[in-house]
Design a protein around this ligand. Structure first.
Ligand code: ZN
Ligand code: ZN
Length: 287
């Protein structure tokens, strides 16, 4: 990709896979650093979100999937397929947890009629050769010239292969929490970062959310509380890490008219005195 600007764009900012009329979209982001652009997570809507950021899909090079919950990878296959039909000719490197290869193989098989037809009838290049899936683990996994990317397992039970990400250049440091319960290790991982993008839930709104979804028992509430982070907890981590700016995304709830930006700001500003961004789809945060 050839955009020299340095920014993080939040393409989709709701937590969880369900969408409703007027809803924001599940999680995906675009990191633009050191002349490279990297897609982080591919929830539903990622392709539209990239186009809205004026990304030419033919220049897609690197995609990272933080964990295998559908709100983070449901649209990976459709994104790659669409990039291929848009004229992608260089291989795309995908990093993701164990199991992502199965998703890719299944997606590829499900589209084999179309893929073979386009290759033979339209002379398209071999699609399978344009996608390489690599397994993500703890530690530095990308070292592209001036930009390096490091993964750290976070705390998102029952999943084990689930990661926070750190993007570093000589002058910039950007960290994604990934989906995680409050994680003390994130304080060191994000120490002094220019921007921490942290998932967040708004505590007063959770009861109404669980009722709205129609849960018949405590399992959804228990999952939320043991696997995710409240906005004020994210703010404490941001403050302890001494980051310059905190962006909230993966917002839970995202579509309750009783709660809006001021509620998120209020939950965070009690604990964090740096710059606060409450995520909205398409929000571009300059670095
Ligand atoms: Zn999620
Ligand atoms: Zn998740």
């Amino acid at each position: 990709m050839t955009n020299d600007q340095e920014f993080v764009a939040l393409l989709g900012t709701k937590g969880g896979p369900a969408v409703r009329p007027g809803s924001t979209m599940p999680t995906s982001s675009l990191v633009s650093l050191a002349g490279q652009q990297i897609v982080v997570d591919c929830g539903l809507g990622v392709t539209r979100g990239l186009l809205d950021q004026h990304v030419d899909l033919r220049t897609l090079e690197t995609v990272i999937i933080t964990h295998l919950h559908s709100d983070h990878y449901l649209e990976l296959g459709p994104l790659l397929h669409t990039a291929w039909t848009a004229g992608l000719k260089i291989p795309v490197t995908i990093w993701g947890p164990t199991g992502l290869q199965d998703y890719w193989d299944g997606f590829y098989s499900s589209m084999i009629a179309d893929i073979e037809l386009r290759q033979s009838d339209e002379g398209r290049p071999d699609f399978s050769g344009l996608v390489q899936i690599n397994t993500l683990d703890d530690g530095k996994f990308l070292d592209h010239g001036e930009l390096s990317v490091t993964a750290m397992r976070n705390l998102h039970p029952p999943l084990i292969d689930t990661f926070a990400l750190s993007f570093r250049t000589s002058t910039r440091h950007v960290v994604f929490s990934g989906d995680t319960a409050p994680l003390p290790a994130l304080v060191d991982f994000a120490r002094g970062a220019d921007l921490l993008i942290h998932e967040a839930m708004l505590k007063p709104a959770l009861k109404a959310l669980v009722a709205r979804v129609g849960s018949s028992d405590d399992r959804l509430m228990n999952h939320l509380l043991r696997s995710h982070t409240l906005a004020d907890q994210a703010a404490i981590i941001a403050s302890d890490a001494g980051v310059h700016a905190l962006a909230l995304h993966h917002l839970i709830p995202s579509d309750d008219p009783d709660y809006g930006e001021s509620d998120w700001q209020a939950a965070v500003s009690l604990h964090f005195s740096g710059r606060i961004h409450v995520g909205t789809d398409g929000l571009r945060i300059p670095l």
